[in-house]
Design a protein around this ligand. Structure first.
Ligand code: SF4
Length: 497
């Protein structure tokens, strides 16, 4: 791992100022500001990377575009984890060709996990020649340098570095006003046989507790109510740097310690994601139990309920061990919601293996699950395993699994009927302007109505309707009157602005 030092960050700062000068000159000449548009695919870690890209562009003097056609720079921040990621990227790039034709000085940047896979970079070089800049997730901090060279030398900039890096102090332009994402570590050492992440994001690199806690304190001061600590496997936080005495590692040695310190800062809520079952400790569960502002939600990817398949996946736990963790967690934290990820049709999965997964689901009864059909990722061991499961069989098993999970989710949600819950309000619901939504500590999505008379006047618009955007980040007490598979419904009872 290479920690990006102050000298390198200063060098990037100088490039940033030079790009800023170019933009100032352009504005003086034309009267127009340059604008950017970013599109991020994939997980919240990638979303946080997208925020850092937007932060750097803003610092250089670019303004956000209201719509893609208005942009002078388009950034596609790719993800290689989900199925058909390449189809989506190249579909988008095809669409960019027309935009570039209409606006020849438009710059197109492609970055993110997919740019660590040489076959995708080669395909861009050969068939999408209008792409101007390419870089992987480890080189985000070099965006000012790449942009400066592209603007001044008119040469394409393709950077496909191999080094695992850790850069601190990048500016961040956050997507939400109420929840801030905070990446505490990067990369993964686990090499699950179906997963591309260790190859695209590199080995685990933990940020120092000092840097993380400084960032969290700033977020608290800026008014963020909720923070989400992110890593591919947050439970192995610090292991790569345990011998490191700098940056507070002597005081904060693992994720449980870090989470406790984060909770003590005083956020309304602290969330974290993702946990690997093999690394969950009793100490961590005790920390969660002790702090009411740590979410009552544990996302614990199971993937399969069969010991044989878990071995093939290299998950490093058994179904028995998984059950022990869930039981212990529920004993220590009685109001805990447990959610999971499940893969159906992993190579070699038999009917018996699949039945083991259903059986474990019945024992655990997950509140929610992200369910996936296994799909090959080239470059991973599972892609070359024998006995790939036939599509029809896979789909039949998938439907059965989803039906069971939906039944469990609905039953779990029905327990909340008649109860009053606190939600952190996320704004107006996507479908109806006067229905609002928020999330509970268990991460349940709650849609609710509000009688305008129950709100202070500053939340009302001139037409008497409620201003959803003004409600973001408030805490509402909701009486639950409806339970669905994926959400709860209710009405506002009380309010904490
Ligand atoms: S723990 Fe496994 S599934 Fe998760 S990122 Fe690491 S290798 Fe991928």
């Amino acid at each position: 791992m290479r920690i990006i030092d102050q000298a390198e960050m200063r060098r990037q700062q100088q490039y940033s100022e030079q790009v800023s000068n170019c933009l100032t000159a352009f504005r003086a000449e034309t009267g127009f500001s340059r604008r950017f548009w970013t599109q991020t695919f994939g997980c919240q870690l990638n979303e946080n990377d997208g925020e850092k890209i937007a932060g750097q562009l803003t610092e250089m003097g670019y303004l956000p575009a209201e719509e893609i056609r208005e942009a002078d720079i388009i950034v596609l921040n790719t993800c290689s984890v989900r199925e058909h990621a390449d189809d989506r990227l190249f579909g988008h790039l095809g669409h960019m060709k027309k935009l570039k034709k209409d606006k020849p000085d438009l710059l197109i940047i492609v970055c993110g996990c997919m740019m660590k896979q040489p076959e995708h970079v080669t395909r861009i070089e050969q068939h999408y020649r209008y792409v101007d800049i390419v870089f992987g997730p480890q080189d985000i901090h070099r965006l000012p340098e790449l942009l400066y060279h592209r603007l001044t030398e008119e040469k394409k900039q393709y950077l496909v570095g191999d080094e695992d890096t850790l850069a601190e102090g990048l500016p961040v332009r956050r997507v939400r006003h109420y929840r801030a994402l905070c990446s505490i570590m990067f990369g993964c050492n686990n090499f699950c046989t179906y997963c591309i992440v260790p190859y695209t994001r590199g080995r685990e690199r933990s940020r120092t507790p000092q840097n993380i806690l400084d960032e969290l304190r700033q977020l608290k001061e800026s008014g963020y109510r909720e923070v989400m600590l992110l890593g591919q496997n947050v439970n192995s936080y610090g292991r790569d740097r345990q011998a490191d005495q700098d940056g507070d590692f002597s005081r904060i040695q693992d994720f449980a310690d870090l989470l406790e310190h984060a909770a003590d800062i005083g956020f309304y809520r602290v969330r974290f994601m993702t946990s690997h079952p093999k690394d969950i400790s009793t100490k961590l569960l005790q920390v969660i139990a002790r702090h009411s502002n740590i979410e009552r939600h544990l996302h614990l990817p199971l993937q399969s309920g069969s010991n044989r398949v878990l071995r093939l996946m290299n998950r490093q736990y058994t179904r028995g061990q998984y059950l022990v963790i869930v039981r212990q967690a529920r004993q220590l934290i009685p109001d805990l919601a447990v959610t999971t990820d499940l893969i159906v049709g992993f190579p070699g999965e038999t009917e018996e293996d699949f039945a083991d997964t259903l059986d474990l689901m019945r024992q655990v009864r997950f509140t929610n699950a992200f369910t996936f059909l296994y799909s090959k990722r080239s470059g991973t061991p599972a892609a070359d395993m024998p006995d790939q499961v036939e599509g029809q069989v896979m789909h039949r098993r998938f439907n059965e699994l989803v039906d069971l999970q939906n039944e469990h989710a609905l039953q779990s949600n029905q327990q909340w009927l008649g109860q009053v819950v606190d939600v952190l309000v996320e704004g107006a619901s996507r479908k109806e302007e006067q229905i609002f939504s928020g999330r509970t500590s268990q991460n349940h999505l709650v849609n609710f109505t509000i009688e305008p008379a129950k709100l202070p006047g500053r939340f009302l618009r001139a037409d008497g309707l409620i201003d959803g955007a003004a409600l973001e980040g408030s805490i509402a007490r909701i009486r639950i009157s409806e339970s669905k598979t994926f959400s709860l419904g209710g009405a506002l009872e009380g309010w904490q602005a």
